[in-house]
Design a protein around this ligand. Structure first.
Ligand SMILES: Nc1nc2c(c(=O)[nH]1)N[C@H]1C(S)=C(S)[C@@H](COP(=O)(O)OP(=O)(O)OC[C@H]3O[C@@H](n4cnc5c(=O)[nH]c(N)nc54)[C@H](O)[C@@H]3O)O[C@H]1N2
Ligand SMILES: Nc1nc2c(c(=O)[nH]1)N[C@H]1C(S)=C(S)[C@@H](COP(=O)(O)OP(=O)(O)OC[C@H]3O[C@@H](n4cnc5c(=O)[nH]c(N)nc54)[C@H](O)[C@@H]3O)O[C@H]1N2
Ligand SMILES: [Mo]
Length: 758
């Protein structure tokens, strides 16, 4: 079966290809940030807003989850990056998608708009409803919106026919209330973006070290001897991480980048947060660049591990005292030889040995990773292999060393801590039940993949989305679109229009909420919320702009009102009281979730507080209190003639499905997103020229999916590997191809190409 779902592209798109940039950030980034932000917000609003970004009394950046330096160490110039400023501008924009806007533009018309144009329509100002069979959204009163949703929910045969998705921007307070409502309603169907993101990390780390989170603090970077950055593009996605790498580098650390692409941020960096970064010479970042084949990481890490064992560069004392499984690992390694592993990862034996030598003589090692590692069928094994390497060297639980999964959404880690998860662990279940006097459902709910499957099979009928754009974030856009259309009701809590508002259930409702940058006034006065960053620090975030519209309500308020309407007398929770003053929500969190003692007091401290993390102190919180070595398998991709392994990545000008612009400055790609980056020798072999268009076909277990009209761009990428952008290429990602963690394998899709002849 051939499928195609084409996200519209800008009609006047004239793609221009230049050399990839040699240096990341610097003055260009600052001026771009200001230009973009002020054009959407106006100069005065822009200055006021950006001065509060990531400052202790201000609001948390809604872009990535990279931590802020300690209060005294934040940059006086700007503790934010180009892409943080853009994320803020998208929210603080003065453009409005009001009822007139929705009256003017039909669903059919907006379906022809690009994602960028949809988003640039501005902030949604009123709750809106798309009635069954209607062509346009129309305004609906909040009370009526909640009544409609509650009626649908209460008419379901079982609560498990409803799905409650979350995107990781939701605050701790909103997330806690949300999962409480969903569990009181009677289901654990709480999929979230994390399922498609770092789920492999959570699973791999929990099994091996006992906690599904990283173990390093920001300060560890400044004293590390060596830092591996695997499958991550910090220059674009976590730009402030480059400041930490620069500081590490200046203090003598070696930096190794493992990536099929030579990402600019890891080459040279000019720090826009210091004056000399505007005018001085850049800091070269990576000492060693291993241009691994797509999904070659496991073979590469195994090869490095094998060489370290040969060199006896292992921490025997640590292994003896803290770990199990080392003997089995040694035995398993015997079956591999470096030459085979080198062929499997595309890195020469000499470079493998050189990297192993760098690691051998250094103790304090940090390994950072992101989506290049997690989004493969063997994503969890990739994490286990990373842990093997850390354990081998004893590089965990000491200053300057450890595991550093770099999180995506600004509160994705906090949402999971708050209980947004399809699993309800017995200890948490008991706490919730005791504190709120109800019986919580025990059955595991749907994760993101299972949720779209359930909707597709009409086993689920109501889809409620707390932020996000699951339609474009999920694999197989066409399948997911059908899943949405099969629902009776889809509800999106959103700030701005996106495609999931257009591809909906029979009835669709948009509940517009206040954003991070905005004042959140409740009956007890102005409220703040809290979030957890990538390194487990919980801190406050308080907006200071007037809400985009007087009709907007906060996410906690939306949940509370929905809960009151839906649960009626079946709830003992004092929803109104909780929302009147978020301190009450935090008190409930403190009562139910470990690590939040004196939450209300500690969250008010400048810079916030750390959550407990056993492995940070070498207390491995596994069932046997040991850290575990694991046996993993090297993945094999048997590509046929004319097939390639495709990875789907972010350009510089997007935040996930929000497209800021059509450029990917660092990679030298301008004004185009439907492009496929390809090795020049592969192009010659396939008889393709720069500027040719191809249809892409993906192949999985006899299924075929198609995405038409991608421009071929010659790029420095290993042979048999190609890269395309998310979300344009999601139509090709098979819905049935995922990791043990159910993370879709969106970074190793087998494809072929067909040249388009006009
Ligand atoms: N500005 C901006 N910031 C963001 C986001 C955004 O869209 N825009 N998204 C946020 C979110 S939710 C997340 S999860 C993070 C994502 O942050 P990243 O994980 O950095 O994002 P991706 O673009 O998916 O890039 C993955 C990197 O892995 C490489 N890669 C691809 N396949 C492989 C492979 O098989 N092996 C290895 N070793 N590398 C590979 C790619 O070349 C790329 O450099 O960023 C967060 N921050
Ligand atoms: N092929 C492929 N697919 C991928 C990935 C990939 O690398 N390749 N990456 C995956 C990853 S890592 C992730 S995290 C997911 C992301 O999946 P999602 O989190 O579902 O998607 P986003 O694009 O981040 O969501 C954007 C929408 O959130 C809404 N929004 C923004 N701010 C707020 C707010 O404050 N409150 C509320 N209620 N709504 C708000 C806006 O309306 C906006 O349109 O995509 C995944 N999909
Ligand atoms: Mo993510």
């Amino acid at each position: 079966m051939s499928k195609k779902y084409t996200i519209p592209t800008d009609k006047d798109e004239q793609v221009k290809i230049t050399q990839p940039a040699k240096v990341a950030a610097g003055i260009t980034a600052v001026s771009n940030a200001l230009k973009d932000a002020s054009s959407q917000m106006g100069m005065v609003r822009c200055n006021k807003t950006l001065l509060n970004l990531n400052q202790t009394k201000g609001f948390d950046c809604p872009s990535c989850a990279w931590p802020d330096p300690k209060p005294g160490e934040r940059s006086g110039i700007a503790e934010y990056c180009e892409n943080g400023a853009r994320a803020v501008a998208e929210e603080a924009t003065t453009a409005r998608a009001n009822p007139d806007f929705f009256a003017k533009h039909s669903i059919e018309e907006m379906m022809g708009w690009t994602e960028r144009k949809l988003g640039k329509s501005g902030r949604i100002t009123h709750p809106m409803i798309l009635k069954e069979g209607a062509t346009h959204y129309e305004p609906i009163a909040w009370e009526d919106a909640f009544k409609t949703i509650a009626t649908h929910l209460n008419l379901l045969d079982t609560p498990d026919e409803a799905i409650f998705y979350t995107s990781g921007r939701t605050s701790n307070e909103a997330a806690f209330l949300y999962q409480l409502f969903v569990r009181q309603f009677g289901t654990n169907n709480l999929p979230d973006c994390s399922n498609m993101c770092h789920e492999s990390t959570g699973m791999g780390l929990s099994q091996t070290i006992g906690i599904g989170k990283g173990t390093v603090k920001l300060e560890d970077f400044y004293i590390a001897d060596i830092i591996l950055v695997i499958g991550q593009n910090p220059g674009t996605n976590h730009p402030r991480m480059l400041s930490a790498l620069q500081k590490a580098k200046r203090a003598g650390a070696k930096i190794v980048s493992i990536n099929p692409l030579a990402e600019t941020g890891l080459k040279n960096f000019k720090n826009p947060q210091e004056v000399r970064g505007w005018i001085g010479t850049p800091t070269p970042i990576a000492d060693e660049f291993l241009q691994v084949s797509i999904n070659g990481d496991l073979a590469l890490l195994k090869a490095i591990t094998k060489v370290l064992v040969e060199l006896e560069a292992v921490d025997k004392e640590f292994i003896e005292q803290y770990t199990i499984g080392y003997e089995a690992l040694l035995k398993d390694l015997e079956q591999y030889n470096i030459a085979d592993l080198s062929a499997a990862c595309g890195i020469s034996e000499a470079q493998i040995r050189a990297t192993a030598a760098l690691i051998a003589s250094r103790k304090k090692m940090i390994i950072c990773w992101a989506m290049g590692i997690t989004q493969h069928e063997n994503g969890v094994d990739n994490i286990r292999e990373i842990v093997n390497l850390l354990l081998l060297k004893g590089s965990i639980g000491i200053p300057g060393a450890g595991a550093c999964p770099v999180r995506g959404h600004s509160n994705v880690q906090g949402d999971r801590t708050m209980g947004i998860w399809e699993h309800l662990k017995p200890a948490f279940k008991e706490k919730l039940e005791q504190h709120f006097e109800f019986v919580a459902p025990a059955k595991t709910g749907y994760n993101s993949v299972q949720a779209i499957q359930a909707m597709h099979e009409k086993k689920a009928k109501v889809f409620f989305s707390m932020g996000g754009n699951l339609l474009l974030a999920a694999p197989d856009t066409e399948y997911t679109a059908q899943a949405m259309r099969n629902c009776d009701l889809t509800v999106m809590v959103s700030t701005k229009p996106n495609r999931n508002h257009l591809v909906t259930g029979k009835t669709a409702i948009i509940l517009p909420c206040r954003g991070r940058t905005e004042i959140d006034e409740q009956t007890a006065g102005k409220q703040f919320v809290s979030v957890e960053n990538s390194m487990g620090i919980v801190h406050k975030s308080q907006g200071m702009l007037s809400p985009a519209s007087e009709h907007l309500i906060s996410e906690p308020d939306i949940v509370a009102r929905l809960a009151i309407e839906t649960l009626g007398k079946d709830t003992q929770v004092e929803w109104e009281k909780m929302v009147s003053n978020y301190d009450h929500i935090r008190d409930a969190i403190e009562a139910c979730i470990p690590g939040f003692d004196n939450y209300n007091e500690r969250v008010r401290r400048e810079g916030g507080f750390y959550l407990p993390n056993g492995p940070r102190e070498r207390k491995f919180t596994t069932t046997d209190n040991k850290a575990h070595f694991s046996i993993t398998k090297v993945p094999i991709h048997a590509l046929q003639e004319g097939q390639y392994l495709m990875t789907t990545i972010r350009s510089h000008d997007q935040f996930n499905t929000t497209i800021y612009d059509n450029n990917d400055r660092y990679r030298g790609i301008h004004n185009g997103r439907r492009i496929v980056m390809m090795n020049v020798e592969d192009m010659q072999y396939a008889n393709l020229q720069k500027g040719d268009y191809v249809d892409l076909l993906s192949h999985f277990k006899g299924e075929e999916r198609m995405a038409p009209n991608f421009l071929v761009v010659p790029y420095d990428i290993p042979r048999n590997c190609v890269a395309t952008y998310f979300p344009e290429a999601n139509v090709l990602v098979p819905v049935g191809q995922f990791a043990e963690s159910y993370t879709p394998a969106s970074k190793s899709v087998v494809i072929s190409m067909k040249k388009v002849t006009s």
